[in-house]
Design a protein around this ligand. Structure first.
Ligand code: CP
Length: 309
């Protein structure tokens, strides 16, 4: 695989082998991180976040620091000349001169591609509106492989906001390389967009749509829970109709396999009760921590400092 100078925009740009190679590199950073403490010395990451973030932004920044590099960061339009009317394109033309790689999150679908079209430095999509979140997916795959020792042939349930859930969209496409059985579990108004379902079908993915989690829960190896994202709704009344619709508590585990693993990209609101946190099935905090190793791997690869045949 060759990731050097590559934009990371969509999960669809990655083959099965590339995904597996990426997981191997992340595993190397998890196991032998101390060997790489100066790997990115002299390199600068720009984190440009036009939407709030805890995990993605901090894990990218921490990854850069742990590998000996540095970062510059934008977290508010108000502190930049964007607030004076400068375009995003011009902003990128300036910032690319100050850094070696750009990690961007923006509310508009397609915004990461727009940034990549302007930037000569590699651009990493950290979430473009309701579209995709590929680095979360790499982290999710790493977490699932660590838990099961494999990615192939698992039964996955996606629960919650499948319409606007960019992490769901990216992970479903990534799983299409690994012969999954997928249950998309949501209220009618938050179903997986039809064009994504059509594409998954054309990739040979076996899926079913459901609204009642308990009807399918015993079949699941992985339950991927998502937050109903208030900020994505145009009409507050539509949000009010689905707010709090799924709330997992510890008694849910009696309706599932003992081997079930519960993932969540986080943040959560009320969809997973904290009483579930201490059960071995709940691996969402490990999932968030795995993001550090995955982002170390991504930065090292796109900056051409580590190679995998
Ligand atoms: N999972 C995720 O993207 O979390 P943040 O929004 O906190 O970055």
């Amino acid at each position: 695989m060759n990731f050097a100078n590559r934009d990371i925009l969509s999960i669809k740009d990655f083959s099965r082998q590339e995904l597996l190679d990426l997981l191997d590199v992340a595993e190397e950073f998890e196991k032998n991180g101390q060997k790489y403490r100066e790997l990115l010395k002299g390199s600068i990451l720009a984190t440009l976040f036009f939407e709030p973030s805890t995990r993605t932004r901090f894990s990218f920044q921490a990854a850069m620091l742990r590998l000996g590099g540095q970062f510059i960061s934008l977290t508010s339009v108000n502190t930049t000349s964007l607030s004076k009317g400068e375009t995003l394109q011009d902003t990128i033309r300036i910032i690319e001169g100050y850094c070696d790689v750009i990690a961007v999150r923006h509310p508009d679908v397609g915004s990461a591609k727009l940034v990549a079209d302007v930037s000569s430095k590699p651009v990493i999509n950290c979430g473009d509106g309701a579209h995709e979140h590929p680095t979360q997916t790499f982290t999710d795959l790493y977490t699932i492989k660590k838990a099961f020792g494999r990615l192939d042939g698992l039964t996955i349930g996606f629960l919650g906001d499948l319409k606007y859930g960019r992490t769901v969209h990216s992970l479903a496409f990534a799983l299409s390389h690994f012969k999954p059985k997928i249950y998309f579990i949501s209220p009618e108004s938050l179903r997986m967009p039809q064009e994504y379902l059509d594409e998954l079908k054309s990739r040979g993915v076996s899926y079913e749509e459901e609204s009642d989690l308990l009807k399918v829960s015993r079949e699941l190896d992985v339950l991927y829970v998502t937050r109903i994202q208030k900020e994505r709704f145009i009409d507050p009344e539509d949000y009010a109709k689905v707010k709090g619709i799924y709330q997992l508590k510890a008694d849910f585990l009696s309706h599932a396999k003992n081997e079930l693993k519960i993932l969540h990209p986080l943040p959560r609101v009320d969809e997973i009760d904290p009483e579930l946190d201490n059960y071995p099935q709940s691996i969402y905090f490990q999932q968030a921590h795995n993001g550090l190793f995955m982002r170390e791997a991504l930065l090292a690869l796109v900056l051409g400092k580590i190679y995998k045949k």
